[in-house]
Design a protein around this ligand. Structure first.
Ligand SMILES: [Zn+2]
Length: 255
């Protein structure tokens, strides 16, 4: 579990004047997108706020993207072989590194928590909390998440993660018959999620997309039925979305 003990975590909380990393992340993205008509987020409009002078594709790039020092500011280089929405995520992630540069001298430039914080800020830049709240419709299921992804020009996966951070939805990714990550399982109090989510592997074995219901053990309620929807998001890769009821009320916000 993340403990947020790194220098990057302390700096971002002080910079945003917030006591927790998640609330600092929301506040920073709010400041960066302030005055914009959302969705989608205009990333270029953010550049002058964080001294980014240039953003360009680099044909020799092996990684997704990079923030580089430039005369009087920074430039972002990104990998053009990625999809457009993936490029937007990369650019938003590098914007977060540029925010870190503004937190004072000798700022952290690498580290596991730093990268997690930059991913969280990128998610909030692309799908800001308030804009999501103003746009989301009930029922919040996979169909609604794909509608939001199109509106916010964010990948389906990133949009599902943002929904799991803000509403009573959980999501998980399966790659090559393995659960590689999950998010939002606390929203249901899913007991020992890593083990229980293995059920998803059998459910989706033969279909690229679909929906069903499945019984899970929740902290408050053993043998509870959850809706399970899934869709292929790549070769041998599927995104799962778990909701409590199909008529899920998006008013049931998680704190
Ligand atoms: Zn990074």
């Amino acid at each position: 579990m993340t403990e947020w003990r790194s220098a990057a975590a302390r700096r971002i909380m002080a910079f945003a004047d917030r006591k927790t990393v998640p609330s600092a992340v929301v506040e920073i993205a709010r400041r960066l997108t302030e005055g914009q008509k959302l969705p989608p987020t205009d990333l270029e409009a953010i550049f002058p706020r964080v001294d980014i002078l240039e953003c360009h594709a680099d044909p020799d790039m092996l990684t997704a993207g990079e923030l580089r020092q430039a005369e009087g500011g920074f430039e972002i280089a990104y990998n053009q072989s990625e999809s457009e929405n993936r490029q937007r995520f990369t650019i938003a992630h590098e914007i977060a590194h540029a925010v870190m540069e503004r937190t004072g001298p000798h700022c952290p430039r690498r580290g596991r928590e730093l990268e997690r914080i930059c991913d969280l800020i990128a998610g909030q830049i692309l799908v800001p909390e308030e804009a999501l709240a103003a746009t989301v419709k009930s029922p919040l299921n996979l169909t609604e998440i794909s509608r939001l992804a199109r509106l916010f020009k964010s990948s389906l996966t990133m949009t599902a993660i943002r929904c799991a951070q803000q509403y009573r939805v959980a999501c998980a990714q399966v790659e090559h018959d393995e659960i590689v990550w999950f998010a939002g399982t606390n929203n249901f109090g899913l007991r020992r999620p890593a083990g229980q989510l293995k059920k998803l592997l059998a459910i989706a074995e033969h279909a690229n997309d679909g929906r069903t219901t499945c019984t899970f053990d929740l902290d408050a309620e053993p043998s509870s039925e959850l809706n399970v929807e899934w869709r292929a998001t790549g070769n041998e890769r599927k995104l799962f979305v778990l909701t409590r009821h199909l008529s899920l009320n998006h008013g049931s916000k998680v704190s």
